[in-house]
Design a protein. Structure first.
Length: 262
């Protein structure tokens, strides 16, 4: 299906607010930072966990409320290596670009991409191939379980501000205004404070959620001691002062060093 057909048939919405409203319409619980009580998201997490008991692919996707800010234009993700940020939105380079699908709506006939990464985006082809195979199977079992159509959630490949799609996410990200840079949005890395249950910038509208089992992975001041929270806050501040890829390498090095100590 084309972007226009996805919009016309209700698979893709024209704003984050509209997409969130569609998710909430199918849930009796709230749609907060963790979306623990949101039925469509919780149900999809259960299927992800069943298909992926090792947790490998749970790290490689995010659950999303599919939407666009660019009507029926093709959404292209690019990476600005100098600034260390991603760009999202229509691009003039689509004809020559080697586009790879990275965000999907679920349909009865299989997952349909609605966002594409161009050649500037650093993502390993072998990893992307493995993740898209997993998404194909996830679409099949999830859509088959639903009593309504179209599905209100989809998935995106969790590759931005990570060195591998299969590693644990350190940085989250926030997309700026959709016309911020020549009609495209700038996507920047951010680190949330320990225990924060909402985006610190009130203008950010959350439209993606972790695919991981929330009860198994949530960290908060309620389950951490004061010294642990202080240590994690100090690490957050250190990582925030670095460029995102340097920060990940530093983080990897620190944990490798700790693992060698008695």
């Amino acid at each position: 299906m084309t972007p226009r057909e996805l919009i016309a048939n209700g698979y893709l919405h024209l704003s984050a607010e509209e997409a969130r409203a569609a998710v909430e319409s199918r849930s009796h619980g709230g749609l907060d930072w963790f979306a623990r009580d949101c039925e469509p998201i919780a149900q999809l997490r259960r299927y992800i966990s069943q298909l992926d008991p090792s947790g490998k692919f749970s790290q490689s996707v995010l659950i999303c409320a599919p939407h666009t800010h660019w009507h029926d234009s093709l959404i292209i993700q690019s990476y600005d290596a100098v600034s260390g940020v991603y760009l999202n939105g229509p691009s003039h380079a689509t004809e020559s670009a080697n586009l790879r699908p990275v965000s999907f709506v679920f349909t009865e006939s299989g997952p349909v991409p609605y966002e594409w990464a161009d050649e500037s985006v650093p993502i390993a082809e072998v990893e992307l191939s493995q993740v898209t195979e997993f998404i194909d199977e996830l679409n099949r079992v999830y859509v088959r379980s639903l009593s309504y159509s179209p599905p209100v959630v989809g998935v995106l490949v969790d590759h931005r501000f990570k060195l591998s799609v299969f590693e644990h996410r350190i940085f989250t990200f926030a997309e700026g205004p959709h016309v911020e840079l020549s009609g495209r949005a700038v996507v920047r890395p951010i680190i949330q404070s320990v225990g924060t249950t909402y985006f610190q910038d009130p203008e950010i509208i959350q439209s993606a959620w972790t695919a991981l089992d929330i009860d198994a992975c949530e960290l908060s001041p309620a389950v951490l001691g004061r010294e642990q929270v202080a240590f994690l806050e100090e690490m957050k501040n250190e990582l925030s002062s670095m460029r995102w890829d340097d920060a990940i390498r530093w983080y990897r090095s620190m944990w490798a060093d700790l693992e060698t100590r008695p």
